[in-house]
Design a binder for this molecule. Structure first.
Ligand code: ADP
Ligand code: LRH
Length: 470
């Protein structure tokens, strides 16, 4: 048996097919990377799912033969399949505004407390249950989440991997099975929800047409198919006293627990209890993440991220900050204009240059990280000695330094490809090459480049900045 595994990892800003080799430690190589993002058609935002699938096939062809393949992606979004397994329409992007007013309607029908008690999920306007309630379901036989849709196209086998199913709002957080009474109460057809599968379970072999296209065949295995579940599985922590920030398009900031926190305080703080690998709970909150910067950069044609970050490091600290989680930042559009409006609303002068905007975004994100990490500690009672920052954001030295200063805790940055690592390590474990979560994490720690940032500066300045926006 070869010690090579392929990870298909679909992020909201880029997709990649990565190749891991565990024959001597753990090494990672990029077989293929491609841009990803929303496509607006008239007044609806979609994913280009067929384009994504084509790039996945190109990536698998480039990767060459492996022991198995795992697929993960961003959460909550789905495709609807008809009776014969055909995709009905193009999956809608979670940044579309079709669910406006739906969370409020559901809360009025079911009760916000009752809903949280069943699913343990934070209210985000794009949670799958809200999207489903806006969709035409009459011709639909099955709802498949994005990684399960890719898995279906690769193997012909249908299912719902549990870590990602936990982001639908329709999974019972205690039993980790579909919340049938809630599904019925909402009037959603039970037929839509395929059987659940666990990370590590085999899904099926590659279909003949796929094998023909890529030139080889291998089994596809379920992994933590929610990208954040895979990322948290690969956090290079050595004990329980850590917080994590999975920092890419979003910053998912929180702690890992053995059971959910379902208190009124937790609900009020909009903390989520998502399903992790091996029965763990990812107790976290979504912080708006580097989306803020991505959308700024898109508004400044010709700008270069590296140059912007260098210039931002020299900008005056705390000139202007915003609450990164303002709902107004969620949709695509002119981000600098929205940031300027938020600054004015809070009585601050808006930034005057791209470098100043970049500084504002990074300090604001650091404030969001600080708030989420502190609340996760308070609400769960978990001690935290170190913050692990993983994902593409770990390349951003200024953000890592600001996060350490804001949290008043050391930040260990890396790996940038934590999601991919979590994906392949679950496959490697199923193949008997690694044991538990602990060994997976120590393999990441010993094989991947990490950087440590100690907190510095005047903590009172962060308190003052936080008081300006929260
Ligand atoms: P996702 O998985 O959500 O698509 P990633 O984890 O790939 O996101 O992170 C993407 C983000 O990482 C980019 O928006 C960018 O801000 C940051 N990033 C990537 N590479 C670098 C780099 N070399 N320097 C600074 N930031 C980077
Ligand atoms: C990050 C992520 C996050 C979800 C969001 C929709 O990629 O999966 O965990 O909340 O996308």
């Amino acid at each position: 048996m070869s010690h090579r595994f392929a990870a298909v990892d679909l992020g909201a800003s880029s997709g990649r097919v990565m190749l891991a080799d565990l024959s001597d430690g753990l090494s990672l190589a990029e077989a293929h990377r491609f841009a990803n993002g929303p496509v607006r058609v008239a007044d609806r935002l979609h994913w280009d799912i067929l384009g994504i699938y084509r790039e996945i096939l190109a990536g698998l062809r480039a990767a060459g033969p492996v022991s198995s393949v795992g697929v993960d992606s961003w959460a909550v979004d789905y495709g609807l399949l008809d009776e014969s397994g055909g995709l009905i329409g193009n999956p809608v992007h979670y940044r579309d505004d079709r669910t406006r007013g739906v969370p409020e309607r559901v809360a009025a029908l079911v009760g916000a407390e009752a809903l949280y008690d069943v699913s343990g999920l934070q209210v985000l306007p794009f949670n799958t249950l809200y999207q489903l309630l806006t969709d035409r379901l009459d011709g639909a036989a099955t709802m498949v989440l994005i990684p399960d849709l890719i898995g279906y196209w690769l193997t012909g086998e249908l299912g719902a991997e549990v870590t990602n199913a936990s982001t639908t709002g329709l999974l019972d957080v205690r039993t980790r099975s579909w919340a049938w009474p809630l599904i019925e109460r909402l009037g959603l057809p039970a037929r839509l929800f395929p059987p659940l599968r666990q990370p590590g379970e085999p899904i099926g072999g590659l279909r003949r047409d796929v094998a023909g296209e890529i030139g080889w065949s291998a089994p596809v295995r379920a992994v933590g198919s929610h990208d954040t579940a895979s990322a948290v599985a690969a956090v290079p922590a050595s004990g329980p006293a850590f917080a994590y920030i999975s920092c890419g398009t979003w910053s998912l900031a929180g702690v890992e627990l053995t059971g959910p926190v379902l208190t009124p305080q937790s609900r009020a703080a909009n903390f989520t209890n998502e399903a992790g690998i091996d029965g763990t709970v990812r107790y976290l909150r979504n912080v708006m993440g580097l989306w803020l910067l991505q959308e700024c950069v898109r508004a400044w044609p010709g700008s270069d991220l590296g140059e912007l970050l260098k210039a931002a490091a020299a900008e005056r600290p705390f000139a202007a900050v915003v609450n990164p989680d303002e709902p107004v930042f969620l949709p695509p559009g002119d981000m600098p204009a929205r940031i300027a409006a938020e600054c004015r609303r809070r009585g601050q002068r808006p930034p005057a240059s791209p470098a100043a905007y970049t500084r504002c975004v990074l300090e604001s994100l650091a404030l969001g990280h600080r708030r989420a990490v502190r609340q996760a500690m308070e609400l769960s009672g978990r001690d935290v000695e170190v913050v692990h920052l993983v994902g593409g954001g770990s390349y951003n030295e200024l953000l890592c330094r600001l996060t350490a200063d804001a949290c008043g805790l050391p930040v260990v940055a890396g790996p940038a490809e934590a999601t991919t690592l979590g994906n392949v390590l679950v496959q490697a474990r199923a193949a008997g090459l690694v044991s538990g979560l602990e060994e997976m994490r120590s393999l990441v720690a010993s094989s991947q480049p990490l950087r440590r940032y100690e907190p510095s500066g005047d903590a009172r300045l962060w308190d003052e900045a936080a008081a300006r926006v929260f």
